[in-house]
Design a protein. Structure first.
Lengths: 504, 384, 292
């Protein structure tokens, strides 16, 4: 592809310029995607460099520290006591004590059990009366759970330990310079001021760690076990299986035993189609409705808007469940059509695969248009009016104004929104589950999946109905990878997302 | 007493960009200092470091002899007026002014008295009950100043306080700030990009470019003896004219030759040149537009220029011309016409070429390499 | 004269075209509104239908009655579910609002080491399907006994705990408040916590109401998490999980109209609340561009 220099480019007629832009975009796409993906290893590299720096830092602190600082490596809070920071010292010391007690009593045991997730699940023994009783021994689930908690506990402790020696070192340096380090009282005071963010973020981050980070870490580990209906604690154990589950789901041999892989692939494709069509159909139709409502001279703007917005308020499980029943085989839609003589037998709105797929997309418009109408209205109102005025003076028609001003502006501003909306649609549990619950089910698919199932609803079925946790975990990880790769690429290709401050 | 002392102050952002390099300044008690420079020169950053709103990356900042580098703004006993006024929109004017006193737990009676006093000084007593939204730009400006003066701070910081006002109001407020300063004797640090404001307000002016201090001095020093080409071009409107000149020693003195015109270098510059020892052969000669004087054709030692545009300002004319008819060598002359008859004025406006001579004692000579004024000691080079 | 005529015609034809376009838009929008309202009318009709409880082939009831509501309140666990959901919603409204505003303020207003990293980590965490972490969360909650019959506190924890990751809209709002206000207050002598409470909060009324509203409404519609946490314990269901069961094959013939009655009973208060505060919702979603 030959590149034009700027003046040659500007000399082209507009249509050719656009053609050229598109060509350049696609010619650059592999390179851009490549550079986006190349960032992953470099990011990992940075991560390791960070860890390396961390250890170097610790070493340096130890070498350069005085006796108090050095002793604080072993007795946390030691230095603080002797630097008149007693409050800090006590807290650190208590933490160390708690940690040592915990590790000695439970922690090491849990970590040791993590190796094989238990050896004996149940033992039949005779009790004092000579009756056989079942005694539950090792529970893989609990071992894994406690193990993960212990790991996080250790990481948290290491971080505290690092803070402890860092603070010691800073205090030491300050004293050497003749400045009195901050007293405990000042620390508390600064939590309402310079360090107020710590106060604000403490609880939210604790919540996120316990209810998001630890669970995700746990489920990533589950993906490497054989935890499923055949290995349900407490009756039986599950154990590490390495990458076996990933092999099962990604195998290319889709005959016979590869049915699961086939199901995954089909559902992945449908999920992507669904997300793409749902996002863009909502986007453009929502924009169209917004333009209609906001057109000059249209009255009752607020009435139209309010009626549409009302559907956002009604809980989806009411509206969507009801709509799904209206389109059921014996539902009201078929009944009325039969009465009117428009059809002679019931249409399988939700039971024939293709029809069902179309229907969920259409009904999703009913859900999505009001929301998009609002968002695009917001953007429309922000387009500077003088842009339109100058276009009108230049003699642009309504359609020209739309394609030359409205659309580019809209795409530019809502670019990030389109991406989030796309990923939200990949995980759009409610619409699919409440409308079809994945139906129509088919024998072609494994794992209880149906033709309209998305990965997320399949994940739900695998967990709730099939207890196939290992595969649910694998699918969850793959969904993450899909979203992460798409986001990374879009983020790097689109010009509008580079700078946080630009979008503030 | 409130001296402010900045020693080797440096500001480097996390991305490595250095906004302020090695800033040194001693501000005396009750002095009015103006920081001026084009946008992005680091003047606001410096002010914000004094305020405590930006961390100081290097050097020390002292107020009243105490190092305050790590002190929170609220503990520095300063007040600041912001460019966009930063009035609390949900509070009345009264509460806006009283807020700082309330936070300092001043008794209510005293607050009331002080707020009324400040409002009196600024003439906003009748606005005290209003919300900021109901005020005009000039009124908001007054409230912002009121909020600052009510606490009688050690240092009074102002960050482009007039730039959101229209030209007329700006002139009026400028005069009021001068009056205000008479009433509340305290130390002022004032940031602006407008050199007129700087000249009219400052006891001393600090002129900055790309994070470097170009010159510190009284308005007079800056105007008459700019330390380098940048200061020379920045201060004064229309801009100073620059010519390539050839420097020659003649007995005790020097002459500068521009084409055929020979200009005698003023004595104080000659002395400075002699002290330097090494004197460059080619220099830039700078002269302000008002110091180019029209002379009849064929006057010896005059330069000739072809007129492009005349700007009739009423009492004076700004003549834009090409030196020697060369369009790449533009010069501007500022000619007083108050004592010319209409006929003379018309004749002047109609001429296509003009001859000028230089008011010799006003010229400045600059090193063409680094831009420094050859006669100013310790002049700073213009950063590349 | 002739010239005048043509321009006149041109003018008239333009306004005629405009009138046509407008008529088309009115027709389109009216049609759209009708389609959007059909399910709600259907819901109301079915909720008050007295002759039977199954799905029927006509829309308008033959006999209007409150019978479905009587069944709903007397013969089912609906009131339990309603109470559960209401408690969850109220708690969530408080907790989530506090958490979201804290995170949004910290990230919008304060600059500290690790801020960017934190935002990126939250972004990446958000890319994992929520239900994935729910599976493990379920085991965690079970460990401390907050599932099944104790689902209400469990669900409150689940909703509130991770809500810090949804700080974007509130942060967007805070970002529009000029930073010089904070700075002026800090110079006036306020600590950051005071700035938060005395300056930012009074100005953030729209976003506070928006956050409370979203946090209150979300639990009414949640099916996915609630169905997992409350699994197998009917009294602990929330309305979504409870009503969902009535539409499966075994129940639908006896409960369809009762479902509609229940749905109506849930939707009306939520919708009324929503419509009353619609202005804040619209402002929140559109970043303040549209005053609802």
């Amino acid at each position: 592809m030959t590149r034009l220099d700027e003046l040659d480019y500007l000399g082209l007629p507009p249509a050719k310029q656009r053609l050229y832009n598109i060509k350049v975009f696609f010619a650059d796409l592999p390179k851009k995607c490549g550079s986006a993906l190349k960032k992953i290893p470099s990011a990992i590299g940075h991560g390791f460099a960070g860890i390396g720096g961390f250890f170097k830092d610790i070493g340096h602190t130890f070498a350069d520290g005085d006796v108090k600082t050095k002793l604080s490596f072993f007795i946390m809070g030691f230095g603080q006591f002797f630097r008149r920071q007693i409050g800090r010292g006590i807290i650190f010391l208590i933490m160390e004590a708690v940690f040592i007690v915990f590790m000695a009593m439970f922690g090491f045991g849990y970590l040791a059990d993590m190796r094989n997730l238990g050896t004996v699940a149940v033992e039949k023994t005779l009790n004092d009366y000579g009756l056989e009783v079942t005694v539950y021994k090792d529970n893989s689930l609990k071992i894994l759970l406690y193990g993960v908690l212990t790991i996080f506990f250790v990481v948290g402790f290491l971080w505290t330990w690092y803070l402890n020696i860092k603070q010691n070192y800073t205090a030491q340096k300050l004293i050497e310079e003749g400045i009195r380090p901050k007293a405990f009282k000042d620390d508390l005071k600064s939590l309402g001021d310079e360090q107020y963010y710590k106060t604000l973020l403490a609880v939210p981050l604790l919540g996120i760690t316990v209810f998001t980070v630890i669970p995700i870490f746990f489920m990533i580990l589950v993906a490497f076990t054989n935890y499923d209906y055949a290995h349900l604690p407490p009756e039986s154990l599950f154990s590490w299986v390495g990458f076996e589950n990933f092999q099962t789901i990604l195998t290319t041999d889709i005959s016979g035993s590869g049915k699961f892989a086939y199901t995954f692939r089909e559902i992945l494709i449908w999920t992507l189609i669904w997300a793409l069509v749902a996002t863009f159909s909502n986007y453009f139709l929502g924009m169209f409705v917004a333009i209609c409502i906001n057109r000059k001279g249209i009255k009752f703007k607020k009435v139209f808007r309010t009626i549409l917005v009302m559907t956002i308020a009604v809980p989806q499980f009411v509206s969507l469940l009801l709509v799904s029943k209206m389109f059921a085989n014996e539902g009201i839609v078929n009944s009325i059509l039969l009465k009117l003589g428009a059809i002679t037998e019931n249409i399988g709105w939700m039971t024939t695969p293709t029809m069902a797929k179309i229907m969920v997309l259409v009904i999703n418009l009913w859900v999505g248009i009001p929301y998009l109408m609002l968002i695009t209205t917001g953007v429309l109102m922000n387009i500077p009016a003088d842009l339109y005025e100058s276009a009108k003076i230049d003699g642009a028609s309504g359609i020209k104004q739309f394609t030359k001003i409205t659309l580019p502006y809209m795409l530019f501003v809502t670019g990030p929104y389109l991406l989030t909306s796309f990923t939200a649609n990949i995980n759009n549990f409610n619409v699919i589950y409440l409308l079809t619950a994945g139906a129509p089910k088919t024998m072609e698919y494994d794992g209880g999946a149906g033709k309209t199932d998305l990965l997320i609803t399949w994940l739900y079925t695998l967990t709730i109905t099939n207890n196939d946790y290992k595969m649910a975990a694998v699918i969850g990880i793959l969904v993450f990878l899909v979203i992460a790769v798409i986001s990374l690429v879009v983020y790097n290709v689109s010009p509008a997302m580079k700078n946080e401050e630009d979008f503030q | 007493m409130a001296d402010v002392k900045l020693t080797n102050i440096k500001k480097q952002y996390d991305n490595g960009f250095v906004a302020v390099h090695d800033f040194n300044l001693e501000i005396k008690h009750e002095e009015f200092i103006v920081l001026v420079g084009p946008s992005g020169c680091g003047k606001s950053t410096t002010l914000r470091m004094i305020a405590g709103l930006e961390d100081i990356s290097g050097g020390t900042l002292e107020i009243d002899g105490n190092v305050v580098n790590d002190m929170e703004p609220k503990d520095r006993d300063i007040a600041m007026v912001f460019q966009n006024y930063a009035l609390y929109p949900h509070m009345s004017v009264y509460e806006n002014i009283a807020f700082g006193l309330r936070l300092r737990k001043v008794p209510n009676k005293e607050i009331h008295q002080k707020v009324l006093e400040a409002a009196e000084i600024l003439g906003i007593t009748e606005l005290l009950g209003r919300k900021p939204k109901q005020l005009s730009g000039g009124q908001r400006q007054r409230v912002a100043i009121g909020r600052a003066i009510v606490r009688v701070p050690k240092v009074f910081l102002m960050d482009e306080p007039l730039s959101n006002l229209d030209a007329k109001l700006r002139n009026q407020m400028r005069a009021e700030i001068i009056l205000l300063r008479e009433k509340i004797r305290t130390t002022f640090v004032y940031v602006t990009h407008d050199q007129t404001e700087a000249m009219t307000l400052g006891d001393r002016i600090v002129i900055m470019k790309d994070g470097y201090v170009m010159q510190v001095g009284t308005p007079q020093e800056l105007f008459n003896h700019p330390a380098n080409l940048f200061v020379a071009g920045f201060i004064g409107t229309p801009q100073m004219n620059f010519f390539d000149a050839e420097l020659k020693k003649h007995g005790n003195g020097y002459t500068a030759k521009i084409d055929d015109a020979v200009i005698n270098v003023p004595e104080y510059i000659c002395t400075a040149l002699d002290e330097r020892g090494e004197v460059p052969k080619n220099v830039k000669l700078g002269i302000r537009p008002e110091n180019l004087m029209i002379v009849p054709n064929d006057t010896p030692n005059s330069i000739i220029a072809s007129v492009r545009v005349n700007e009739m300002m009423g009492s004076e004319i700004h003549i834009h011309a090409d030196f020697n008819g060369d369009p790449s060598k533009k010069i501007i002359a500022r000619v007083q016409i108050a004592d010319m008859t209409d006929e003379e004025q018309r004749e002047l406006l109609g001429s296509s070429t003009l001859n000028f001579v230089f008011r010799e004692r006003t010229i400045n000579l600059f090193d063409p390499e680094d831009g420094r004024n050859l006669a100013v000691r310790d002049a700073v080079a213009v950063p590349k | 004269m002739a010239e005048n005529n043509t321009s006149d015609v041109k003018y008239r034809s333009k306004s005629g075209r405009e009138r046509f376009t407008r008529t088309m838009i009115y027709i389109f929008l009216t049609l759209l509104c009708v389609i959007w309202l059909i399910p709600f009318f259907y819901l109301v009709f079915q909720a008050f239908r007295g002759e039977s409880q199954n799905m029927v082939t006509y829309v308008i009831p033959k006999q209007w009655s409150m019978n479905n509501f009587r069944i709903l309140f007397n013969e089912t666990n609906f009131l339990h579910w309603y109470k559960n959901t209401l408690i969850i919603a109220l708690f969530n409204a408080v907790l989530q609002t506090v958490i979201v505003l804290s995170v949004a303020y910290a990230l919008s207003r304060m600059r500290f080491k690790g801020r960017k990293l934190l935002m990126n980590v939250m972004l990446v965490l958000g890319m994992f399907p929520g239900f994935l972490s729910m599976i493990a969360t379920y085991f965690l909650l079970k460990l401390v006994g907050l599932t099944s019959e104790n689902s209400v506190p469990g669900l409150i924890l689940v909703y509130a705990a991770s809500s810090g990751m949804g700080y974007y809209i509130a942060k967007g709002f805070f970002d529009t408040i000029p930073r010089s206000l904070d700075e002026a207050a800090r110079i006036d002598g306020a600590s950051r916590s005071r700035v938060f409470f005395r300056i930012i909060m009074p100005m953030a009324k729209p976003i506070i109401i928006y956050t409370i509203m979203m946090a209150f409404i979300a639990p009414w519609g949640d099916f996915m998490y609630a169905s997992l946490i409350t699994f197998g314990h009917e009294e602990a269901y929330n309305v979504a999980v409870g009503l969902y069961k009535w539409l499966d094959k075994e129940h639908i013939n006896n409960y369809f109209t009762v479902f509609c009655a229940g749905g109506l009973f849930v939707s009306v208060p939520v919708t009324v609340l929503f419509m009353a505060l619609q202005r804040y919702y619209v402002e929140g979603v559109t970043g303040g561009a549209v005053k609802g």
